[in-house]
Write a protein that binds this ligand. Structure first.
Ligand code: SF4
Ligand code: SF4
Length: 332
């Protein structure tokens, strides 16, 4: 059973104290990638800069050499290239001056085999000695929970891997089984399905959320290769395997928990305001605790989003030997 530390008040001092519970002396002289999402411009839910700044401060005091890193996005918005990303990060409060360490954005990668398909892991992350995964927990259309797994599976890989993840999760229709009832059309959140010649047809807009798969009475819909949460989890595993277990640390921020992720510049108010901060060395334990605490605060949060069970990714990673999701919460 893994320990998950839980901070509910006096956040920054307690974050400093909680980080000391891990053997940070082992990171002395090591390059530590702090993987985080620095927010689309206009989004106000992303990790607040003083939280990242406090982590940098503690790591530097321990003799580590931290740097902040994220990847350029697949979609064309304000973080599409490393240059644009850094300009957005500056506007959102993340600069070398404010953070006290380098702030990087990248689309350069190192190829890794991956479990389900090859993954290009962001080079600066793959070549770091250790990684602290700083995650803002929220809902996400692709994976139900936008947590630490999503932070790595989509956020720590290059653009072509992000594209592969989306493509491989697209739905296909069995024309023999489809009766053209339109139940799938009604549930698709991105209007990717139309009825042509009394059969469903799926466009490239499909992002593999799985809602049509669940809604079809004929079982005529199936993902091309796998549901998207497994793809994300597979990419996350490729990133995790760049490090030994002792060189990984996870900090998840359960504040401003919106239905949609921090990639949305027009994200609405959060549905769940504030729960606290979590820290663990086990990604499955911290994800499991994140889901449980969100559901305790807001029963039905993920059902309302209507995508999938947020624990599917955790279960898949457990089967792949990534660890156990059992946890014991300890309030700090
Ligand atoms: S719900 Fe199933 S049977 Fe109905 S139109 Fe869609 S794919 Fe065809
Ligand atoms: S998987 Fe989701 S996005 Fe893709 S067609 Fe089905 S409902 Fe639409």
């Amino acid at each position: 059973m893994s320990k998950v530390f839980f901070i509910k008040d006096n956040f920054l001092p307690k974050l400093g104290n909680a980080l000391q519970k891990f053997d940070l002396s082992a990171w002395k002289g090591k390059k530590v990638a702090i993987k985080l999402h620095m927010g689309e411009y206009g989004n106000l839910n992303y990790v607040r800069p003083p939280i990242a700044g406090k982590i940098v401060e503690v790591l530097k005091e321990a003799g580590a050499e931290p740097f902040l890193i994220d990847s350029a996005t697949l979609y064309k918005a304000e973080r599409h290239t490393p240059k644009k990303y850094l300009e957005t990060a500056r506007k959102n409060g993340f600069t070398e001056e404010t953070m006290g360490c380098p702030v990087l954005a990248s689309n350069t990668s190192v190829p890794k085999d991956g479990r389900l398909f090859p993954a290009g892991v962001i080079k600066e992350i793959a070549e770091a000695d250790a990684m602290l995964v700083l995650t803002h927990a929220k809902g996400h259309a692709f994976s139900a929970l936008g947590g630490a797994i999503k932070n790595l599976g989509m956020g720590a890989v290059d653009r072509s891997t992000k594209m592969a993840c989306h493509d491989k999760a697209n739905m296909q229709v069995s024309l023999e089984k489809c009766i053209g009832c339109g139940a799938c059309v009604k549930v698709c959140p991105v209007n990717a399905i139309s009825i042509k010649n009394e059969k469903a047809s799926v466009s490239v807009r499909c992002w593999g959320c799985g809602k049509c798969f669940k809604a079809c009475p004929q079982k005529a819909m199936s993902p091309k290769e796998f549901l998207s949460d497994h793809g994300l989890a597979s990419c996350a595993l490729a990133v995790l395997e760049c490090f030994g277990k002792k060189d990984l640390l996870f900090v998840s921020i359960l504040m401003d928990i919106c239905d949609v992720c921090d990639c949305h510049g027009d994200a609405p108010f959060a549905r769940v305001q504030n729960i606290g901060f979590l820290l663990s060395q086990n990604i499955l334990a911290i994800e499991n605790a994140t889901v449980d605490l969100i559901l305790k605060e807001s029963p039905g949060f993920f059902d309302r989003l209507g995508y999938r069970d947020p624990k599917q990714q955790i279960e898949w990673l457990e089967k792949e030997g990534c660890g156990k999701p059992d946890y014991e919460l300890e309030e700090v």
